[in-house]
Design a protein around this ligand. Structure first.
Ligand code: AMP
Length: 560
């Protein structure tokens, strides 16, 4: 290709965009590969073919229809990775209901906010996971469950929520059971589900993912069939997936990494999804790759680092591996090289994107040079335009830094019920402004060099300082708080808070951590807390977080 001079590049392709619904596309794949293995969940003893998966998806979709869930209704899903989670994703898509991904680590404050923000009519929930007692938290928020009929919840705190559908074999007051919902449908419901298929449209919203942005409370990025089906499909194409492939999925389903780059990438290619457990565990992941002879493995950089550093790493046979995706945070070059040589993943790809982009924007390809495959995030995916702009909005010459922006099929529809925030992110010409700083070279390869926003990425999980600050401001003893990230060898970054107390108030770091516990997700709770009487400021009164970051790092290094 001729070298480009300005940092603008459009991903080309010889194939068409798939202009279909997820349900329609899934049915065709399942009918083409009925006997291929679709889903393996080792921790649940599940092994289903595509025919079996399709049968169960239809059963659940018709069961939800029988409950009165109709296209456009919001259905939340809350829990770690499970077969029920995958079924819910595909069944809600088949039914045209909008699946709302609730982070399995959310606590009361976050759950209430999320369910109300997008007005969920139903919530499908696991029983518990690690320290999260999902059913207990729901009963705390909606004590009305204790005496209501299943499906007739009338809760003061969760006014729009009618149905709570619990997984597991036990039953709970006021809730449906997942398995029973699958048995509910009549012939009329099944016929209605078939009839619905001609009414659903590829541009209908089908998924809401919460992303915190820089501005406090989480925003519901709203994605359509066309957004995520194409992004998943094209990711599978970049990985050269076929029905012979088995992808090991230790990444969470509630994030696009799991539900799009893993589930939809596999489902659109008739490949096998293999889940090693409910959540990431390095030993379980390595064991699963070995036992199932997986050909592909996904992960955020921290996951690959933990796998490579596992004390028994060399005892696992990983020779079946070929490809996979590393994404979600900057991918260190040395880690990429080790994954290629020590994990046999000669075709590992780096992907870059964000939830608002369904989520992948850029990807490296197996035939790119080793240098490009380890040092860049690749070029634009097919069908998307990318540009790097300066503060005035002009495209910068190649090699110069600026904000990376994207336009194309993958741009979200907007933030749910938040036209103001949507307009701050997607401009009038349709460009989504990422907040990430990047450079583009003369062949269109992009390097991510920083973030305009102050987001902290801790172990692949995004923590937005403003959200934590806003929560801490609720403490009566706290007058001012600043949250920022510092580099951390293991987690990539760690959350720090500088706290100023009200006159005469006393509080310890442990008190603050206790205040956060069970209210906000564990990874958002500041690890390092310092009490201060003032903050470093510029002459114009802007707080300088980078000064705090440097000072904090220096004092922590002194103490170790
Ligand atoms: P999320 O919306 O959770 O997918 O987070 C998106 C953010 O993660 C992006 O805006 C980037 O700041 C960061 N990110 C994702 N992938 C990469 C990557 N490959 N390299 C560097 N940063 C990344």
């Amino acid at each position: 290709m001729t070298a480009i001079e300005k940092s603008y590049y459009c991903g080309a392709s010889t194939t068409q965009i798939i202009y279909e619904t997820i349900g329609g596309f899934f049915d065709r794949v399942a009918e083409k590969h009925p006997d291929s293995q679709a889903l393996i969940l080792r921790h649940q003893g599940v092994e289903w073919t595509y025919a079996e998966l399709q049968r169960r998806v239809d059963q659940l979709a018709a069961g939800l229809l029988a409950l009165g869930i109709v296209p456009g209704d919001r259905v939340g899903i809350w829990g770690p990775n499970s077969a029920e989670w995958v079924l819910t994703q595909l069944a809600t898509a088949k039914l045209g209901a909008i699946m709302v991904c609730i982070n399995p680590a959310y606590r009361l404050y976050e759950l209430e906010y999320a369910l109300n923000k997008v007005e969920c009519k139903a919530l499908i929930t696991d029983e518990s996971f690690k320290t999260s007692d999902y059913l207990g938290m729901l009963n705390t928020l909606a004590p009305e469950l204790e005496y209501c009929e299943p499906g007739a919840l009338a809760s003061t705190k969760l006014p729009k929520l009618k149905h709570v559908i619990r997984m597991g074999s036990s039953s709970s007051a006021g809730m449906h059971n997942f398995d029973q919902v699958c048995e509910l449908a009549t012939d009329a419901d099944r016929a209605a589900l078939v009839g619905l298929q001609t009414q659903l449209k590829p541009d209908d919203a089908i998924n809401i993912q919460f992303t915190s942005g820089t501005t406090g409370n989480p925003k519901g990025a709203t994605l359509s069939h066309c957004n995520i089906l194409n992004n998943g499909y094209l990711t599978g194409e970049a990985m050269r997936l076929t029905p012979a492939d088995k992808l090991c999925i230790p990444v969470p389903l509630y994030h696009c990494f799991g539900m799009v780059l893993a589930v939809l990438a596999c489902v659109s290619h008739g490949a096998t999804m293999v889940f090693p457990g409910e959540a990431f565990d390095p030993q379980q992941t390595l064991q699963t790759v070995q036992d199932e002879r997986c050909t592909a493995l996904h992960g955020v950089p921290t996951m690959f680092i933990t796998e490579l550093d596992h004390p028994n790493f060399s005892s696992f046979d990983l020779s079946s591996l070929r490809t996979g995706i590393m994404a979600g945070a900057p991918c260190p070059i040395e880690v990429m090289k080790r994954v290629i040589s020590e994990m046999h993943m000669r075709d590992i790809l780096i992907a870059y994107g964000q939830t608002e982009l369904s989520p992948i924007n850029n990807i490296t390809l197996p035939d790119d040079s080793l240098e490009r495959r380890t040092e860049t995030v690749g070029r634009a995916m097919p069908w998307v335009e990318i540009k790097v702009i300066d503060d005035a909005g002009h495209v910068v010459p190649v090699g110069e830094k600026g904000e990376i922006c994207t336009r194309g099929y993958s741009v979200m529809q907007g933030y749910w019920n938040d036209p103001e925030k949507t307009a701050e992110t997607i401009d009038a010409a349709g460009w989504l402004h990422s907040g990430d700083i990047a450079t583009m070279d003369a062949c269109g390869y992009v390097r991510i060099v920083g973030r305009i926003k102050d987001m902290i990425i801790r172990g692949g999980e995004n923590v937005y300082p403003r959200e934590v600050e806003e929560f801490l401001y609720q403490h009566p003893a706290i007058s001012e708080v600043q949250v920022f990230g510092i580099p951390d060898k293991k987690m990539g970054e760690e959350v720090c808070a500088w706290v100023q107390l009200n006159e005469g108030a006393t509080l310890s770091a442990d008190d603050i951590k206790a205040f956060c516990k069970d209210q906000i997700t564990h990874f958002k709770i500041p690890r390092h807390i310092r009490f201060v009487s003032e903050y470093p400021m510029t002459v114009t009164g802007k707080i300088q977080k980078f000064v705090m970051r440097d000072e904090m790092l220096a004092s922590l290094n002194q103490n170790t």
